[in-house]
Ligand binder design. Structure first.
Ligand code: NAD
Length: 467
């Protein structure tokens, strides 16, 4: 699909529209603005309207949003892939469907109460109001769907500042969701944004007096800026998830799980396996099996070639990724590195020392370093260091429950997956709900509607208790 206007939009009634027709039916005048101040004001008006509506209507709004996310999943996935060049379209379709289906809704916003001699005290979860949300280029449409469902289910409105390199697809995701909200009988501007998001509009959003809460997903820089605004901030920061493999496992299944997780959307998910720490006595067998299952193993001078293609050396000797290769196919990286390959490898794997950037840097592409450990203590020590204290995600493949426990305790990550691909820890072929806003430095963990609420207590003295 090109970035012109030849897309098909589905309304929740199932009717198909061209963009022009869709825009005529669902005007963007209420939610798409030239400047951030207008976006925030409009969102505020709609949030007030939402508060006047019944919970039943709010539930219907969420159901319509889910339906719109599902019906437009393929269109939005293709648009995101074309615009950013990241990942694999078929995986982006799965991500859009996953968040549409598996993001908790209004039911997540539970109240509770105490009753006793003194009467009754109820605790309810109230909305913050208008939330400012900064979203990444790596999951643009799925983050819009996921955050919008979570935040609106909790009674908020949201103003997004999309990543400058994923503006178009993010805006189109908002368009289909806003149309669905209108069809459900909701207000016209619960999801607002600006036509040309920039660092400047992001700063206006982060510091605006009417923004009650920030939700920020991205790398270290943006998280640091948001956390220094003085506002309450739910920060979903970077990770570098290690995967430990000990010598108690079925190597074939382990190789399959690691490949499935690490190659999903070409490794741009923050939770994806980013480096393998394998017991010495199974490392060769694991690498051989990964090659059998479709990975390209590089060694010697080939490793330097790939380093020179996908990484940039800084003056202080550290490496940063070359954004040109983020989320690109392994075949593109091999081609540009001048390395022969056959077919469409799922991953490029390389045995490297622990200090190598393939272990230490959050690569965000299908390049996976493998390093050896002599025993579980060595493996856990290396995994903790490679995770850099992000407290994000980690995996282990083991049938020894002591190894699992030791690693889980030492790593102390928000997500810890045992014997499965990383995505099982985020509700994809694994138990539990899904989110693409995993609040790591601020500690809320996997976010859902209740994360975006304020706890309020209401006490009635001397009555209503009947026990
Ligand atoms: P990024 O940091 O480049 O951008 C994220 C957002 O922040 C964008 O909207 C961008 O416009 C904005 N931004 C960046 N610098 C800014 C600044 N100085 N001032 C104001 N706004 C700024 O991130 P990206 O490359 O799009 O996403 C990848 C990163 O996000 C990875 O590190 C990944 O681990 C992380 N991530 C984390 C989660 C999570 O749930 N924890 C989810 C997805 C991505």
């Amino acid at each position: 699909m090109d970035l012109s206007e030849n897309r098909v939009y589905y309304s929740t009634s199932g009717r198909q529209y061209g963009l022009k027709e869709f825009k005529q039916k669902y005007s963007d005048e209420f939610w798409l603005f030239d400047n951030m101040d207008d976006a925030i004001e409009s969102a505020g008006v709609s949030q007030q309207k939402l508060m006047e509506m019944s919970i039943k209507t709010r539930k219907r709004i969420i159901e319509y949003m889910r339906d719109a996310g599902r019906k437009n999943a393929a269109m939005l996935a293709e648009l995101a892939h074309t615009e950013t060049g990241f990942g694999r379209t078929e995986h982006k379709v799965l991500k859009n469907i996953l968040v549409s289906d598996n993001t908790p809704g209004v039911e997540d916003v539970e109240s509770f109460c105490w009753t006793g001699d003194y009467g009754i005290t109820v605790v309810e979860r109230a909305p913050f109001g208008v939330i400012g949300s900064i979203i990444p280029s790596t999951n643009p449409t799925s983050s819009v769907i996921n955050n919008s469902i979570s935040m609106i289910a909790a009674g908020n409105a949201v103003v997004f500042n999309p990543h400058p390199s994923a503006v178009k697809c993010s805006i189109e995701a908002m368009r289909v969701l806003n149309a669905a909200i209108l069809e459900a009988g909701g207000p016209p501007a619960l999801i607002c944004t600006v036509k040309n998001p920039s660092m400047e509009s992001s700063n206006v959003l982060m510091n605006h007096k009417d923004i009650a809460l920030l939700s920020v997903t991205g790398g270290e820089a943006v998280v640091k800026i948001a956390m220094s605004t003085g506002k309450k901030c739910i920060a979903a920061g970077p990770g570098n998830p290690p995967v430990i493999v000990d010598d108690t496992v079925d190597i074939r299944k382990t190789a399959k799980d690691i490949i499935s997780g690490a190659s999903f959307d070409n490794n741009i998910l923050c939770i994806c396996e980013k480096e393998i720490i394998a017991f010495d006595n199974i490392a060769d067998g694991l690498m051989e099996e990964m090659v059998v299952q479709g990975c390209k193993k590089i060694s010697g001078a080939e490793i330097d070639k790939v380093v020179n293609t996908v990484l940039i050396k800084q003056e202080n000797g550290s490496y940063v990724i070359n954004r040109k290769y983020v989320g690109h196919d392994a075949s593109v990286i091999l081609e540009d590195s001048g390395i022969d390959y056959i077919g469409d490898p799922a991953l490029i794997i390389a045995e490297v020392p622990f200090e190598h950037p393939f272990i230490q840097v959050e690569m965000m592409m299908p390049v996976l370093g493998i390093t050896r450990a002599k025993d579980i203590n060595d493996a856990v020590r290396k995994a903790v260091l490679a995770e850099h204290g992000c407290k994000h995600s980690a995996m282990i493949h083991s049938h020894d429950v002591r190894h699992m426990t030791l690693a889980a305790r030492a790593l102390n990550t928000t997500i810890f997956v045992k014997n499965a691909p990383s995505y099982a820890g985020n509700g994809f072929e694994g138990e539990g709900f899904t989110t693409f806003t995993i609040a790591t430095p601020t500690g809320e963990g996997l976010t859902s509607a209740r994360t975006f609420t304020r706890m309020r207590r209401c006490t009635l003295h001397g009555s209503l208790n009947i026990i």
